[in-house]
Ligand binder design. Sequence first.
Ligand SMILES: [Zn+2]
Length: 398
Amino acid sequence: MELTPAFHGLVCPACTAESESVFDQQCPSCGAPLESTYAYDERSAADLFEQTEAASHGHWRFDALLPFDRSTAISAAEGETPLCKTDRLVEELDVGEVYIKDEGRNPTGTVYDRGMSLVATALSGHDNPSDLEPLALASTGNSGQSAAAYVGRLGLRSYAFVPSRSAFSNKAMINVHGGQMRVVGGRYGDAADAVDEQLAADYYSLQEFATPYRHEGAKTLAFELYSNLGEVPDVVFVPTSTGEIVTGVGRGFEELTKIGCTESTPTIVAVQPTSCAPIATALEGGRDSPEPWAHPDTIIGELEVADPAGGSQAVETLRRLDGSAVTVDDSDSLDAATTIAHNEIIEMGPAGGAAAAGAWSWAENDAFDGDETVVILNTDGGVKTPDILRSHLMGQGR
Ligand SMILES: [Zn+2]
């Protein structure tokens, strides 16, 4: 692993302590999540969009503003996912342009591959990474699958703790990638509790905001949208659970202003299920950090995170960037995912369907001006949860 020239190490945003090691898990002084810092000079701006063979590098083509050099990346060309133009949605939403950013086409079919690629690359620079074993995280499913894949590439032992309700495809592929799996009865919060209980807190955490690199990896989404469109979009709908993706995407767009590519940032809209919406509720209620959601109950398992690790970071990001939030019913999210699969070819997961339902909700409430460029983020492939999508159709007699 090789550090990039612009990377200036990990710094604590709470107490400004600088970390000595790129392997640190949270601030050594106060325990707050660490952030990567960079020298935002003109060289970074020029380097960020230099032409590379994107097909082989994936999102590592943007390593000018990543901590690690692309030549040393642990990568399966994640990122550089298609930005699909959808003319039918333009008519339905009555806006200028609508695109679906299809993160289902990442190596393990999820947006989380971006961050896990950075995590694995960091670990590859450790003198004796097996000293860190076991590595572990709790996951609603996709991030566990992704972690198993990237940490498996390093030959390290990892555990993914998943709630019993997570998708069969996630459980199967965690094992196929060589990871160990612990299925925990109950919901995501129970899986999170079980990590410390079963491993006696003696493990290297792959959890979002324990490692500084997962949300850092998500920021390349912003760079790709800018690169593909030639400008920043106007509105980006982001399915929201842990707060990791909202925080990372927001950070990416802010960095584009810091290096002089653009003066404005898009309106980022966090979309959560009505029955598990701690971040949306905190934003609307003027709170700095979300209250844990007492009774989460959504069929969209990937979005059923009652006590998000990055809740305060997500709320802070949305507030700083003048973002917004919207909540959507499960049936509307599944309607959106299945309608888009029917009409637009793209296989959206239920979480991506929630993002699309959020856009429909905006249209119904006349929240668009009419000329916006809108991006809907599909965070995972529909092939991971075909049972949920199909049973929704059957429930409607279709
Ligand atoms: Zn600190």
